[in-house]
Design a protein around this ligand. Structure first.
Ligand code: URA
Length: 210
């Protein structure tokens, strides 16, 4: 027993010396693990967006959800409230979810970027590659049955493709063994309401699968 204790102590000392000071023990419950990562995100300064944010926006909803929606990045309202999809596009997303016969609280909603890009500009490739591990961790922990990619950035990033969203939407793909449905972003629908019917087609496919 003493030897085991000594070995464990030596191991952690070695890790500390090589710069590793934070651990996510997989034996911790999912909610604890996710709040540890949320805390890391709220202190994150890995890219320049960290200095500009009011709040980081980690994600919200049911951490045991079968369905996860992934958007692009927080906008102004999300940055102020620290919650995803709470502005105009968020209200439309909530309506879509409720029309599917689900409560918003029953799904999980998050984004590719956790901090707002200035003037809501598109995420930069380097911002995505710096931030994406947080999303991968969220998905790994939640283990949904289905992911719905909202718009080009979520869908192209998680599917590893540059195909346009107009080609991707409506067809099932897979992200690491999880069914993935790309669709138009609610902000796009606010500008192009005639395409709402296409999103509804995509949502019906998700409902059938659920
Ligand atoms: N648009 C997004 O992609 N995400 C949000 O959280 C809000 C608007």
């Amino acid at each position: 027993m003493q030897n085991i204790r000594r070995d464990i102590k030596n191991y952690f000392e070695m890790e500390r010396e090589s710069g590793i000071s934070e651990y996510l023990f997989s034996s911790k419950p999912k909610d604890v693990q996710l709040s540890l990562v949320k805390n890391q995100v709220s202190n994150c300064q890995k890219c320049s967006l960290g200095k500009m944010r009011t709040n980081s926006v980690f994600g919200s909803g049911n951490i045991n959800a079968k369905l996860v929606f992934v958007g692009e990045a927080p906008g102004r309202d999300e940055d102020i409230q620290g919650m995803p999809f709470v502005g105009e596009a968020g209200m439309l997303l909530t309506k879509i979810i409720e029309a599917m016969g689900i409560k918003r609280d029953d799904v999980y909603i998050c984004n590719i970027l956790k901090c707002r890009p200035p003037q809501n500009r598109n995420p930069l490739p380097e911002e995505i590659s710096i931030c994406i591990d947080y999303l991968y961790t969220q998905i790994d922990m939640i283990k949904p049955k289905i992911i719905c990619g909202l718009g080009k950035f979520a869908s192209q990033t998680l599917l590893g493709t540059e195909a346009p969203i107009s080609k991707l939407r409506g067809t099932w793909s897979e992200y690491r063994g999880i069914k993935f449905m790309p669709t138009y972003h609610p902000a796009y629908l606010l500008r192009n309401p005639h395409d709402k019917k296409l999103v509804w087609e995509d949502m019906k496919k998700i409902m059938n699968e659920l």
